[in-house]
Design a protein around this ligand. Structure first.
Ligand SMILES: Nc1ncnc2c1ncn2[C@@H]1O[C@H](COP(=O)(O)OP(=O)(O)OP(=O)(O)O)[C@@H](O)[C@H]1O
Ligand SMILES: [Mg+2]
Length: 342
């Protein structure tokens, strides 16, 4: 099959003057695209590199491909930027890997994803969305409890999540919200901080989707309820964190996390793969933070790390993602899928 690869390379995306240094954080390095292309070729397909943005538009209309493996994050500071490529593909009637534009838009916009979680009966930290700094005063009436986390409303890869994002006082809060609004040019999500265990869950496949693993992110400096998986920690993950899969939590709690991740996968309309982030409070309560229907596939990304800890290598992971999507699109028979996975 002729498979197009849609992606945004870090150095292919123009960075605005004065933008934060993590402006291109979510985009991929060439090594990830090379690794992905060689895995897809190894599965017997021909790979066509379509790129992202205007280059993708040019390529997709001038090259004939049967299917697109999309990992492009999209361009600009738009809450539905991850939906850009899938929207074009739907317009052209081309099948592709991953969730559809609506799911990608909802999940990138954290407040929207939290509303879906709440409607599905899933707990998520109490929050408020600030669009202008003068709305901050109204928050005093909301009775949110300090400490509060301030995050740009529609970012990923911990863009805008630094140790200074944890506000203990009104002064801190004001400062962090102002930075989020100005530097990240989008609303600020102010959320109650959940001290406790940091968890990320990989969910794969359709019909039915299954949990790949429940992984705990543990600070190397020792137990720390106030730990946050910030941009600085993600960049220096080899030195600052270690991973446990399964996590050091009671079996019943792990089962609850798995069930919650599957509930969210369905409620958010995810397909093929997603990674969901949670915090487990001291009381054992499972709090949903956010969902990533376009999980990072670099060797430094949580999903490949999780797969490798449970003994599944990168080839297995990419094969699983591609074949789930092909099967869902009716481009691969179930029999073929099962005989190849054993
Ligand atoms: N309400 C909260 N309570 C405790 N920690 C939080 C909270 N919100 C965010 N964090 C910390 O900040 C990290 C990043 O937040 P979040 O997962 O929302 O951002 P992201 O940039 O979308 O992440 P990703 O890299 O997974 O896309 C979390 O993994 C967690 O460690
Ligand atoms: Mg996250």
């Amino acid at each position: 099959m002729k498979i197009g690869l849609a992606y945004d390379l870090k150095n292919a995306v123009p960075v605005a003057l004065g933008a934060p240094d993590e402006e291109a954080e979510e985009y991929d390095p060439p090594s990830t695209i090379d690794a992905l292309a060689s895995e897809i070729e190894r599965l017997g397909h021909q790979v066509v590199r379509l790129g992202g943005g205007p280059e993708f538009l040019e390529n997709v209309v001038h090259t004939s491909v049967d299917f697109v493996f999309n990992i492009a994050e999209g361009r600009g500071v738009y809450r539905s930027r991850e939906a850009q490529i899938p929207s074009v593909l739907e317009m052209l009637g081309l099948p592709y890997f991953g969730s559809d534009p609506l799911t990608l838009g909802i999940c990138l916009d954290k407040p929207s994803a939290k509303l879906v979680a709440l409607s599905a009966g899933v707990l998520t930290p109490r929050y408020h969305v600030i669009r202008q700094i003068d709305q901050l005063e109204a928050l005093r009436k909301e009775a949110l409890a300090f400490p509060l986390v301030v995050k740009p409303a529609f970012e990923g890869s911990s863009k805008g999540v630094h140790s200074t994002s944890l506000a203990h006082t009104w002064d801190n809060l004001y400062q962090s919200v102002e930075t989020a609004l100005e530097a990240y040019r989008q609303p600020a999500l102010v959320e109650e901080f959940v001290p406790g265990t940091e968890i990320t869950v990989g969910v794969l496949g359709n019909n039915p989707p299954t949990v790949l693993g429940v992984m705990e992110v543990v600070p190397q400096s020792g137990p720390d309820d106030n730990f946050m998986y910030t941009l600085e920690v993600k960049r220096d993950w080899r030195n600052l964190v270690s991973y446990r899969c399964p996590p050091d939590l009671p079996a019943a709690c792990v089962r609850e996390i798995e069930a919650t991740a599957l509930t969210l996968f369905a409620a958010l309309g995810c397909r093929d793969a997603a990674r969901m982030d949670f915090r487990i409070g001291r009381n054992g309560m499972v709090y949903f933070l956010e969902a990533n229907p376009l999980p990072g596939l670099g060797d430094y990304s949580d999903l490949p790390i999780m797969a490798s800890i449970i003994g599944r290598d990168y080839s297995w992971l990419i094969g699983n993602l591609l074949n789930s999507a092909l099967e869902r699109c009716g481009l691969r028979s179930l029999h073929h899928a099962h005989s190849a996975s054993v």
